[in-house]
Structure formats: structure tokens, C-alpha cells
Design a binder for this molecule. Structure first.
Ligand SMILES: [Fe+2]
Ligand SMILES: [Fe+2]
Length: 190
């Protein structure tokens, strides 16, 4: 994973934007690990939200295009398996107190897996995909991801006791729906 000078808020190319999000995801993992209590809880929720936005955007934009490059199916199936596993670990984490020692251990394992996954995406997908999209598509998708990020639900909260189990899964699903809708709109317009 590498940090690029591109700013995720202004870049007009969705691949650059997703690459910049990899850098932000890495920084958020670090922030969760070195904070505690409420600050750790907030950073963790921000991380979960960004992961929901980011992985949904990749599932809608990047992976389908990567299937068209030679050997693409195997590459994409591997990435999707990694994404599924990460989602399962995230839902284990939601059932733990952020100050539980198991939380940090599990989060650290997830951090390593997610960063390895991101490096594989950059190498096997991002770097090979520029020719699969027109400049207008790269720009249209970037705008869709940015506005989904600005408007998707921000504050997961537990609600009633019976809803606690879904406190992240629910908002994650809502965030993913929002991103998917905006990307599909952009695709229809393009
Ligand atoms: Fe991914
Ligand atoms: Fe990614």
C-alpha cells in the first residue's frame, strides 16, 4: 500500500480516490489501536463506515472491470473471498467491547489482512484498469463515491437491546445500499 499525493476529496479519478482511501483506512486502523474508550469507539465506527463505502465501490466498479482482464476471474474471486472474511471479522468485533483485550488482537489481525488485500488490489487490479474506463467514467464514478461518502449514514448507534447485535451490520448495510445506488445512477448516466 502506498500513500499518494492525491486528495480523496478532490481527485477526479475513481481509481486514485480508492487508492487514497487505502491510505486513510491504514491511518484509521492505527488511530483505533492507539486510542481508547470513546475515542477508540468513534475511530472504529469511522473505520467501519469507510470500509463499507470502499468495499462496496470496489464491488460495483473495480471487480467487474477486473474480470475482463486476462486471468481476471481468479484475481477477483480471491479479492472477494478476502472481503467476505473481513466482513465476518468486523461482525465479530462489533460484539466486543472496544477495551476488551480480544478486541485489539482481533483488530490487529484484521488490519494485516485488510492491508494485504489492499496491496493485492493495487497491484493486480488498480494498476491494470486504467484502459478499461473512459476519463468520463473515472470522473463520474469518483463523483458518485464522494457524494455517497458525504450523504451515507454516519453515526451507527445501538438502539434497543435487541438491536445491539446489529449495531454495525445495520448501518453498514445502509451505507452499502447508498453507495450502490449512487454508483448505479452514475453508470446509467454515463
Ligand atoms: Fe477491497
Ligand atoms: Fe480496496
Amino acid at each position: 500500500m502506498q500513500t499518494t499525493p492525491n486528495d480523496a476529496r478532490t481527485t477526479e479519478d475513481v481509481i486514485d480516490l480508492l487508492r487514497a482511501q487505502h491510505g486513510r483506512i491504514r491511518d484509521l486502523f492505527d488511530l483505533v489501536m492507539r486510542s481508547e474508550g470513546e475515542e477508540r469507539k468513534d475511530a472504529f465506527h469511522e473505520l467501519v463506515r469507510l470500509l463499507a463505502i470502499h468495499e462496496t465501490a470496489e464491488e460495483e466498479i473495480i471487480h467487474p472491470a477486473a474480470r475482463r482482464i486476462p486471468g481476471g476471474d481468479g484475481i477477483v474471486d480471491d479479492r472477494l473471498a478476502e472481503e467476505r472474511e473481513a466482513k465476518e471479522t468486523l461482525s465479530d468485533l462489533e460484539n466486543m467491547d472496544v477495551d476488551d483485550p480480544r478486541f485489539l488482537k482481533t483488530l490487529d489481525a484484521l488490519r494485516i489482512d485488510v492491508l494485504t488485500h489492499a496491496r493485492a488490489e493495487e497491484r493486480y487490479e488498480f494498476d491494470r484498469l486504467k484502459d478499461e474506463f473512459s476519463p468520463a467514467q473515472l470522473k463520474g464514478f469518483a463523483a458518485a463515491v464522494r457524494s455517497a461518502q458525504a450523504t451515507a449514514p454516519t453515526h451507527p448507534h445501538p438502539g434497543t437491546e435487541s438491536a445491539t447485535k446489529n449495531m454495525l451490520v445495520g448501518p453498514m448495510a445502509a451505507v452499502a445500499d447508498r453507495v450502490r445506488d449512487m454508483i448505479r445512477d452514475a453508470r446509467d448516466k454515463g
